[in-house]
Design a protein around this ligand. Structure first.
Ligand code: FE
Length: 153
């Protein structure tokens, strides 16, 4: 589902970076980004972290939360798109890694669409950087006012 390497934990000054593991990932073609990234986070037991990356997909489902009604509106786009930016965080919910991802993707006419990412299917490549703040675990709690799963510190 993915290949990866771990970034060596030393700087040009020869100092160790404490508390962060960094990975470079290449997700396999045609897989689900959320499925593959969740599997990686489970393998590495990442419960607090950061995701960023780029790639290409031919299907992506975005989610929009209407703050007035607290209703989710999901929409799937079935077309070839470049991921111009994928950004997100990793936390812990129900003792499992929990992904919160946002994406901007460009279409054939070079315009962009984006939003909260529910999932996307790779068609081409997907290259990600993952930072694991491995000395930390951050939970989630349901917030009544916003309907969101907020950080719980
Ligand atoms: Fe979101």
């Amino acid at each position: 589902m993915y290949q990866y390497t771990q970034v060596k934990e030393s700087t040009a000054l020869g100092m160790d970076i404490k508390g962060v593991k960094r990975y470079i990932l290449s997700l396999d073609n045609h897989v689900s980004i959320v499925e593959a990234l969740t599997a990686f986070c489970k393998e590495k037991e990442i419960y607090a972290g950061k995701v960023s990356g780029l790639g290409a997909v031919n299907s992506a489902t975005f989610r929009f939360l209407n703050p007035a009604t607290l209703q989710y509106v999901d929409k799937t786009f079935e077309e070839q798109m470049e991921i111009t930016n994928l950004t997100g965080n990793i936390s812990c919910k129900d003792k499992k890694p929990y992904l919160h991802l946002h994406i901007t993707a460009s279409r054939e006419d070079y315009t962009c669409i984006g939003g909260h990412l529910l999932d996307a299917r790779i068609n081409g490549a997907c290259e990600l950087f993952v930072e694991d703040y491995y000395l930390t675990a951050v939970g989630r709690r349901q917030d009544e006012e916003t309907g969101l799963n907020m950080y719980k510190f």
